[in-house]
Design a protein around this ligand. Sequence first.
Ligand SMILES: Nc1ncnc2c1ncn2[C@@H]1O[C@H](COP(=O)(O)OP(=O)(O)OP(=O)(O)O)[C@@H](O)[C@H]1O
Length: 666
Amino acid sequence: MVLEKDKKLQGKIVASDQNLDVESDDNSGELQRKHSFDVDPLKRNNDQEGGRKIFKPSTKKQMQLTFENIVIRTVPKVKKCCKGPNYEPPKAKSILNDVSGTILPGQFLSIIGASGAGKTTLLNFLSGREISQNLLKTGKIYVNGVDRDKMKGFSALSAYVQQDDILFQTMTVRECLEFAAKLKLSGTYDEKINRVEEIVKELRLNKCQNTKIGGPLIKGVSGGERKRTSIGVELITDPQLIFLDEPTTGLDSFTATSVMETLRDLAQTGRTVISTIHQPNSDIFEMFDRLMLLAQGKIIYFNEARLSVDYFASIGQRCPELSNPADYFMSMMSIESHEEEDTEDKQALMRSHTQILEQYTQKIDFFDQSYQNSSLKNDYTFRAPNISEVSDADINNQQTGWCYQLGLLIQRNFLNTLRLPQTSYVKVIVTVITAIFTIILFQNCDGTPQGVQNRNGALFFMTMTIAFNAIQNIILIFPDERPVFLREVNNNMYSVTAYFFGKVIAEIPISIITPVLFGCIVYFSIGLSTAHSYTFPLFLGILILIYCTGGSYALIISSIFSDKQLAVTLTPVLIIPFMLFAGFFVNQDNIPIWLIEFQYLSFFKYGYQALFLCMHETEVSKKCNPVSDFNSPETLGESIIALAAMFVGCYTISLFIMKMLSKKYE
Ligand SMILES: Nc1ncnc2c1ncn2[C@@H]1O[C@H](COP(=O)(O)OP(=O)(O)OP(=O)(O)O)[C@@H](O)[C@H]1O
């Protein structure tokens, strides 16, 4: 089909490009254009698809996005220490090289280019996402003619669908959409649910709406359905400007085509859709509306996709027959592979590399110049006539009440805990098994010297077990939730404090059940003190406090490290030093003076100390006076207060880190 179309195009090309009609004469190689604005997306929708209407036409103001002279480059760091006579300061690397263009309502722009061409950087910059601090950015972005920097709620007008599908694996497709609708939309409950129904229908999610998203532990929806759910979550507010980062990556060809169809349909209702695409197949290329080719941070083509093959043929880059134009363009924009890789002469190899790079740069410069001089060059000064300025009324910056957000977050967290096996029944089984181990290892904790030794060992073991149980719970779960939290908080769905308290409150049942279950099994089985009626509840209370403090400490670690593997690997290193200060392994008198202060940061020390004093301060038989042996500087009350203070302190620090994180990703 592509070829047939190309042949037709070889004579005279008549195309409507951003409201331009383009005429081309292949013999002269000259492409002429004449302006005539005719964007009627609904008409196109009906005409092109034989009356097929998938998306409801939006009643909102349409968006034209214009970007002017965008330059993004690295700011090289000059190392003062290395400055010498032969010192060559590092050069700035250009990532986007003075790129300009405009995208009109109803257009679906696909950006393709070799790896490192600057696609993601451009998409992020256009969508207003945070660009790394070490990059220098200049240029202007206008939305319907209004300077984006002067707009208050650009993020509320647009949607950004990330490459990875960042969703809760335990939630169903419908639950994900409902959650987004409840937090992002104003109006009554029925109105919100109606919008969900619409999205389910429009994105063809009917069949899988009650299936869980799924992940490594839960079987869930297919890749395409997951991607469509991610798109649906972003479409809930009916944004007019939609950015997508490589939406087809990781999908099979059929699913990728179906996702692209969805995006094309979306654009045909008047929305402006901009997407980077990774390795499109010929079917997907067929579906392209506007195409932007990026190479070395330069736009070498930005116009209708169907004109691209002819355009490149006119500058000497003819796509072979029966080839996928996208593949041809990709190879055209890629640096050629090195043919003399085997040579042992390193200098020759370097020279050859430099030569290839120079040739490649020359080739891209030629494409750049050809595009700049071409009549197909995107006219970024063009302003669609029926587009009016964005006003405050167009910006839906709605945020629901804090308590409403908290309620929904608690509900979601509980659901997640119940549906994730490792946070529910597996945890209970692990608790029971470790309790049985404790009983086997530390029997007979009576008042004899051997029994007291057993008891001290058991108390230390319990402190470790309960603390690690809590740490593991947070370290294994929070890193998975972290991207969802960042996406949602930056989508203005809820506040950081609502998320934080939602998390803390949802943790309460497991923070009570685990230590209480463990304590109940172990306490009487190994013969711990029954001297006072309050000893046992006090003992359980301390176990709960140890669990909560361990969890709060782990929350700091997992908020700092985004990578789960890294967090898991570093946890022992960050925990063990505090464990050594607990007073069981190292006599506190032996701790070097410069390290002594560290013991006051150890929740193991206060946890173990509190359990120890709880047993011995209430012990009737003190044959071997263990309290004096332990040399505890704090009383039981002080130990409990210190533990509680650490718990509150760690949670406060993690809340602060989460706030910082959310600002960083704004
Ligand atoms: N913060 C940064 N500091 C230095 N260089 C950067 C930074 N961000 C991006 N780059 C560089 O800019 C170039 C373009 O990066 P970008 O991620 O936009 O490429 P891309 O076209 O999206 O590539 P891919 O398809 O592989 O994702 C790359 O060479 C990258 O290394």
